[in-house]
Design a protein around this ligand. Structure first.
Ligand SMILES: [Zn+2]
Length: 459
């Protein structure tokens, strides 16, 4: 809870700093966004990715940048580079976003998902929020920097992947076989940050993602010689699997804290004077306190530890036969620093000898550490946001899901999820869901913020 006077003080500068929108500039920004949103870059439609990279290549050319387009795995990845005008010897900065969007079923949507429209202060359409607003924002910012005659002292490299929402082959290849094209001191992932502003114009804060959990699926399999169901025996594949799943249900992994979740919780403790805030304070004071961690998990799951949950189940082959096989999928979101194999061993110990636990290797994202907080990046981010929202706090966090950033962190390139745009507190973006939308002020407002951010980091 903020003191009343602070709210009043913050609301005024926010208005005072808002630049009067230039209608022609806005129209051009909107037109590019519309063009990008209306190309349905859904997995399995390589022709649409070709259309989008053609549009983007032309836009990068306006910023004086050359692009490389990689055709791979039924999608495309675009890499662009602005070479340093006055090289300082510093390694490049990598600007990241993704071109693909989650499938959208027109019959479920209020309006056609790939028809761009404007309504109630929002731009609507699949991908507007995740991740085409930020992708468009990067290009608009680079074009604006070009217009201003900006002379970077280090290379700025852009990586737009085409399968972040699905297989993540783009970033995996970028981090390995195309490493020479994208190598950087650090990445700024415009799919992992951004701001949150109250309806009265007061900023809640700007998020910076510095860590993410590892994704892994585990297969639990129980097999049995089976037999006639008129002669039951104590050994039974379905009962063995059910017993294992009940043990996993009640198991709680060790509570943990790191720099990302600690600073996230410290911010909550400042702002939430209720029961949740009180629990958060207790947890920060004693992160080994299982009881407090359990209560936090029940209120807002995913941040105090590794979490696993049964997600799929099958078994048996006939209603009148003892089951010869029963299997389940257990999905885990693993806390940074914990090994996928360690979690498997725990699941195996809980499951007993009649059930075999294996890792579904194709499902996993890389194990990554927290990217170290860097004051140069945080200060630049804060200063860039302050051009529009003075005093907006920068809020580090760890995401419960996985992003492209994990593959780069895994090969030693720290990644910071940032973004110039913002949403309205309490308004759903519809990302991955229905009627996706982005706040119009946040879309256009991201451009000068991103321009300022890049000026500070690349000069
Ligand atoms: Zn995304």
């Amino acid at each position: 809870m903020r003191p009343m006077f602070a709210a009043a003080l913050l609301a005024l500068p926010a208005i005072a700093h808002a630049q009067a929108p230039d209608p022609a500039k806005r129209a051009a920004e909107r037109a590019l966004f519309e063009k990008i949103v209306e190309i349905p870059t859904v997995a399995g439609r390589p022709a649409e990715f070709k259309r989008l990279t053609t549009v983007l290549t032309a836009e990068f050319r306006k910023a004086g940048m050359m692009t490389t387009v990689k055709d791979h795995d039924n999608t495309q990845t675009l890499i662009a580079r602005w070479p340093a005008a006055r090289p300082s010897g510093k390694k490049p900065i990598l600007l990241m976003a993704h071109m693909d969007v989650v499938e959208a079923k027109p019959s479920d949507w209020k309006n056609p998902p790939f028809e761009f429209r404007e309504e109630g202060g929002f731009y609507l359409g699949r991908g507007t929020s995740d991740n085409k607003s930020q992708l468009t924002g990067i290009i608009l910012a680079l074009q604006e920097l070009k217009r201003q005659g900006f002379q970077p002292t280090r290379d700025m490299v852009v990586l737009f992947t085409g399968d972040e929402e699905t297989a993540m082959h783009g970033v995996r290849r970028a981090s390995t076989e195309w490493r020479n094209l994208i190598d950087a001191e650090y990445g700024l992932n415009f799919d992992g940050g951004g701001g949150s502003v109250y309806p009265d114009g007061r900023p809640e804060g700007w998020y910076i993602q510095i860590a993410e959990k590892t994704y892994a699926d585990y297969k639990l399999v129980a097999t049995n010689r089976g037999g006639h169901s008129s002669a039951p025996r104590p050994d039974n594949a379905i009962y063995a699997l059910a017993t294992a799943l009940k043990a996993i249900e009640t198991h709680r992994f060790e509570p943990m804290i790191n720099t990302a979740t600690r600073s996230m919780y410290e911010q909550v403790a400042i702002n939430d004077k209720g029961q949740y805030g009180e629990l958060v304070k207790q947890f920060v004071a004693d992160p080994k306190d299982r009881e407090t961690a359990d209560m936090l998990e029940s209120l807002d799951p995913g941040y105090t530890r590794t979490r696993c949950v049964a997600t799929m189940l099958s078994g048996g082959h006939a209603p009148n036969a003892l089951p010869q096989r029963a299997e389940a999928n257990v999905n885990c979101r693993i806390f940074p620093g914990v090994k996928i194999e360690t979690v498997r061993q725990t699941l195996q110990a809980l499951s007993g000898n009649d059930v075999t636990v294996t890792v579904d290797a194709a499902s996993t994202t890389p194990e990554t550490d927290v990217s170290p907080m860097r004051s140069d990046i945080v200060d630049a981010y804060r200063a860039a946001v302050a051009t529009r929202f003075p005093n907006a706090p920068i809020l580090p966090f760890q995401s419960a899901g996985a992003t492209d950033g994990s593959y780069l962190r895994a090969v030693g390139i720290p990644v910071y999820g940032v973004g110039g745009s913002w949403g309205v507190v309490g308004q759903k973006s519809g990302a991955h869901g229905l009627d996706e939308k982005v706040w119009i002020e946040g879309f256009h407002g991201q451009v000068p913020i991103t321009v300022e951010l890049l000026k500070r980091l690349a000069s």
